[in-house]
Design a protein around this ligand. Structure first.
Ligand SMILES: Nc1ncnc2c1ncn2[C@@H]1O[C@H](COP(=O)(O)OP(=O)(O)OP(=O)(O)O)[C@@H](O)[C@H]1O
Ligand SMILES: [Mg+2]
Length: 1026
């Protein structure tokens, strides 16, 4: 192996869970390492920044730290967000292609779909780093690549269109970003079971309301004001009493920056107007919304004059006139409320006049309250239009990044506190997932040293002792509380804390860079001095009672929702702004904790918003406070790299004679053989349950080098691997699409089926059509497979209710058909046989015990052939045709002695023969009847007329084929109806008027003998002869 010491010209991906080696191939032509985990010198900040710089110069703005995406704002449009790019990242393993925001989006989407776990993507970074752009890219990715239906199209549009609306009302031009989000946003994108985006929900955090009334130099108010003034139609502006000139409005001139080159307010206005209607705002609602926006501008233009007494009065009556109309309130009441304060003392209402300063701050408070509450209403309204239930979600968090200004106030305090919380969550979850993986693989966890910022979170939020509690206490306490007393209280209560200091408490050196009214927090990201000025007011966020009352009386429907009368009755003090923020952050943390997180860490390359400029100092600062080095350290603390045995072996098997061309044994053994052959030292790697863990990147690079050399020797074939990978990827994509389509269709079928089942008892209707047809179809198919094979087979599948009648008809038809077919096939001999069997059945079925045994035995033509009958007998029969002959036993009339005889049936008579003698002839016409027992014996009596002297009485015979013999007799003599089947006994005539009796019983042996009572006793066997 040839060791390479510097960074590899092409790199490999890693995340430890979803790694594939193919990444290395696609990454070949890339610059630096596309995953920081592979930086050899992973503790060096300089190496980290150098890698970022190299890639940034080549427009490679995305780099991973494991599964975290680092993104550097390019400040120019890169051709990497096309539909083709989206397609390329769709369904592809996280590391198969170069790092991209789409890879993160797709990964979260697939995890949500396959693991059924809600996801969230946390986007952080300082103002202007590209958070909002990233969140929009993610949303667009889902809108384009996810499956959709017609109904979903509108939701997709609404989701996308919520951005321009919220940006118009919540974003503004600041010194750092021309489109800076001045509120925190967490948005759930909801997906149905098919993976289609079907709804959304937005949570908003702490809008920077102070911007409504004041902007720093070079900054603007919220975009909507300028959009309305620049883009609003003439008659709309007239109605609102506005002029097309932002310089006319006090609230828009403070920053002295009405126009921004990168912003086109007029076209943005059109976009926002369209977006409002897509989201579902009615014309009336839009009008009321704009009335409010215009009112804020008019409020800003209200001016006061001071009386001698110092009391303020309003000098701009036109504004009041407009306000009264636009807000739908009484002008005089409003005027009064803007110059007086209502106090309730001892149950009595007192009005006290305001001085100039108080009056303008009351006016500003009203403007802020109106705007702030309208913004919240707007978010709620969007939420209503996106509402959907029971969905899987991917949450997007686009929230203000850590902020440090020259002067930092209450807002920065809240924002930086929020970032402390997110950092805490980030560290906890990153460490946890790392630990979980080691555990799953059975590898000992080596503790990672990292800075736990819980101590700072506690300092800010702890009950009673935290900064927020102290601030609240000062806000609520009666007496002369002020920003300064708050600072003093901080010094007294948490002055000793390692992460807090003040001008008074600190040493001389720090004192030089701190104001007297400042306290300094040592955040995880660095030190920030906060000026306490305005903390109490901003935290109180109070609006005088009489101003609230006026707003509650408004005719404007939006304002009536924003200012609830119940609020007036509630005598409790509203929660302070900081506490509200703390509570909402705690909820946010809960939401995020319940989801599987992905991270996008945005970096701003320079302060000038310029493309191609890489300001190292600025970037180093961000790398530090985003905790990227820390993050990398955690990732690298144990093992830089890990991958499944199978993938590892597949890729490197050619490097070891034992594993090449294929390894037959266990994968783990194969990997073990391979790495031993490669000379890995024990401290360089560990073998887990399913993965190999490699501690240093250089080990892996060396193996890659070896592979490269080996490939040349393996010839041409390998050089085509990359092409093959591309083809493979496409093919995989196609297969995935097909699979998805099939799944979709299957889901549809199941849904129709379930619906049909529910409606199955209804009349045929669209809901049950499919189900009923299916049931019919499947019954018929089942029937086809299970039709009876013979006429005797009476089985028939049970039909569904709807098919009972049809099934019965089909059964009959089928039977007839089968019988007909059967009949057609039988020959005359067989037909004759069957006819005889029919007769036998008529006579004996269910009457004589040995009938059933006779059924399967064929009747024969005769039981005695010509040679067995004496020729003399035949001779004396003359021309009479012999139809049947059978040997029988005759019981004589005296002692019931058994004598062997033959019974011959001719066309005219039954003849009893003893060898050559014709003993008795009974003409069929004279045959009175035939008696047999119901048991299984073969005894029968032929009854003859007693008066006939020629006859010597009835004949008692026994045949071994009783059923056959009697059937033949019955047919020949045409005496089917003259066969009596008797129970118990038969009486017969013996001649000369005497009678004989035969008693029938059943037993184990056939026995025919004379009994003591003189009767002939026949014991028939249970299964006697036939
Ligand atoms: N991926 C990108 N491609 C091109 N330009 C970008 C990209 N990301 C950001 N930008 C540029 O940077 C500007 C600022 O980005 P964005 O508004 O997303 O910042 P932000 O992090 O949301 O800042 P803030 O915290 O102030 O809201 C964008 O208006 C755009 O001009
Ligand atoms: Mg933003």
């Amino acid at each position: 192996i040839r060791w390479r010491s510097t960074s590899f010209p092409w790199t490999l991906g890693s995340d430890g869970v979803r790694i594939t080696m193919e990444s290395a191939l696609t990454a070949r032509d890339r610059v630096g390492v596309q995953d920081f985990v592979l930086l050899e010198n992973h503790t060096s900040e300089a190496a980290f920044i150098e890698n970022l710089r190299k890639r940034f110069k080549e427009n490679l703005i995305y780099t991973y730290i494991g599964s975290v995406l680092v993104s550097v704002n390019p400040y120019k449009d890169l051709e990497i967000y096309t539909k083709n790019h989206m397609e390329r990242y769709r369904g592809i393993n996280f590391y198969e292609v170069s790092p991209h925001i789409y890879a993160v989006s797709d990964n979260s989407y697939r995890s949500m779909r396959t693991e059924r776990k809600d996801q969230c993507i946390l986007i952080s970074g300082e103002s202007g780093a590209g958070k909002t752009e990233a969140s929009k890219k993610i949303l667009q990715y889902y809108a384009v690549t996810c499956p959709a239906s017609d109904q979903v199209e509108t939701v997709k549009d609404r989701l996308l269109q919520s951005n321009p609306v919220l940006e118009a009302f919540g974003n503004a031009k600041t010194l750092r970003n021309d489109n800076s989000s001045r509120f925190g946003k967490y948005m759930d994108i909801q997906f149905d079971f098919k993976g289609a985006p079907v709804g959304g929900h937005i949570l908003n955090y702490l809008l920077e309301k102070s911007r409504v009334v004041h902007q720093n130099h070079g900054e603007r108010n919220f975009h909507i004001f300028y959009q309305l003034i620049e883009g609003g139609e003439e008659d709309l502006l007239r109605r609102l009493g506005l002029e097309r000139n932002p310089q006319q409005y006090q609230y828009l001139v403070k920053g002295n920056c009405p126009k921004v080159s990168s912003i086109n307010d007029r076209s943005d206005w059109k976009v926002v107007r369209k977006a409002l209607s897509v989201i579902g705002f009615s014309e009336d609602e839009v009008e009321e919304l704009l009335n409010i926006i215009a009112s804020v501008l008019h409020l800003g233009n209200i001016q006061y004059g001071g009386e001698d007494s110092g009391n303020a009065y309003i000098t701009t009556d036109t504004q009041i006139k407009y306000l009264a109309r636009l807000l739908g309130v009484d002008g005089l009441v409003l005027k009064e409320a803007l110059t007086h304060k209502k106090i309730i003392a001892k149950g009595e209402e007192l009005k006290s006049p305001l001085n100039l300063e108080q009056a303008s701050s009351a006016r500003d408070a009203l403007s802020k309250a109106v705007y702030g509450r309208t913004f919240t209403w707007l978010v709620n309204k969007i939420n209503v239009s996106l509402a959907y239930k029971n969905a899987s979600v991917i949450g997007l968090l686009d929230i203000y990044g850590f902020e440090v200004f020259q002067h930092n106030s209450f807002e920065q305090f809240c924002i930086n506190y929020c970032n402390e919380k997110l950092q805490q969550l980030f560290i906890e979850l990153t460490l946890k997932s790392e630990q979980d993986e080691y555990e799953a693989e059975g590898i000992t966890w080596e503790p990672v040293q990292y800075f736990n910022n819980k101590i700072i979170c506690d300092l800010v939020e702890e009950k009673f002792k935290g900064i927020i509690s102290i601030l609240d206490e000062e806000c609520l306490r009666p007496g002369d509380a002020s920003d300064i007393t708050f600072l003093e209280k901080l010094e007294n209560t948490v002055g000793g804390h390692a992460h807090l200091t003040t001008h008074k408490l600190t040493d001389g050196k720090t004192r030089k860079v701190m104001g007297r009214e400042e306290f300094r927090l040592l955040h995880y990201a660095g030190e920030v001095n906060y000026n306490v000025n305005g903390f109490l007011d901003k935290n109180n966020d109070l609006l005088f009672r009489n101003l609230k009352e006026v707003m509650c009386m408004s005719d404007n429907k939006i304002l009536t929702q924003c200012f609830d009368r119940a609020e007036l009755k509630d005598s409790r003090r509203p929660e302070t702004a900081a506490t509200q923020f703390k509570t909402s952050l705690a909820k946010l943390m809960e939401i995020l904790m319940s989801k599987e997180p992905s991270y996008v860490r945005c970096i701003k390359p320079n302060d000038a918003k310029q493309a191609g400029r890489f300001d190292e100092v600025l970037i180093r600062h961000q790398v530090k406070y985003l905790g990227l080095m820390e993050n990398l350290r955690v990732r690298r603390a144990g093992f830089a790299y890990r991958r499944h045995y199978e993938t590892f072996l597949q890729r490197y098997k050619s490097l070891c004679p034992e594993t090449w061309p294929s390894w037959q044994g266990k994968l783990a053994d194969g990997v073990s053989t391979l790495v031993k052959h490669l000379g890995y030292k024990p401290e360089e790697y560990k073998l887990g349950r399913s993965k190999i863990f490699i501690r240093f990147p250089k080990t892996l690079f060396a193996t890659e080098d070896a592979l490269e050399t080996r490939k040349h020797s393996l010839g041409e074939r390998e050089s085509h691997v990359s092409h093959a990978v591309v083809v493979q990827a496409w093919w995989k994509g196609i297969l995935a699409c097909r699979r998805a389509r099939r799944r979709r269709e299957a889901a549809n079928t199941i849904r129709r089926f379930i619906k049909g089942f529910i409606y199955r008892h209804n009349e045929r209707c669209p809901e049950n059509e499919y189900f009923l047809d299916y049931v019919r179809y499947s019954f018929l198919m089942k029937l086809r497979r299970n039709l009876p094979k013979t006429v005797l087979d009476k089985s028939w599948p049970t039909p569904p209710t709807a098919l009972i009648e049809a099934s019965e008809r089909l059964r009959k038809l089928y039977m007839q058909n089968m019988v007909w077919g059967y009949c057609k096939k039988i020959n005359p001999e067989w037909k004759h046989q069957l006819e005889q069997k029919m007769v036998a059945s008529e006579i004996f079925k269910n009457k004589k015990d040995n009938y059933p045994q006779s059924v399967p035995k064929l009747f024969v033509g005769t039981r005695l052939n010509g040679e067995e009958i004496n020729p003399k007998v035949l001779q004396s029969l003359g021309s009479e045709k012999m139809k049947y002959a059978v040997p029988v036993t005759k019981y004589d009339r005296k002692g019931y002695k058994a004598r062997p005889r033959q019974l011959l049936l001719t066309s005219n008579s039954a003849v009893i023969v003893e060898e050559a003698k014709l003993k008795q002839r009974i003409d069929y016409a004279a045959l009175k009847g035939i008696s047999v027992s119901s048991l299984s014996d073969g005894v029968f009596v032929l009854h003859v007329p007693t008066e006939d002297k020629k006859q010597k009485g009835d004949v008692v015979l026994q045949s071994d084929h009783i059923i056959e013999t009697l059937t033949k007799v019955a047919i020949c003599a045409d005496k089917v109806n003259s066969i009596n089947i008797n129970q118990g006994s038969i009486t017969f005539t013996m001649g000369q008027g005497r009678e004989g009796i035969i008693d029938f019983t059943s037993g184990s042996e056939l026995l025919v003998a004379k009994a003591k009572n003189g009767h002939l006793s026949v014991v028939s066997r249970n299964n006697g002869g036939i």
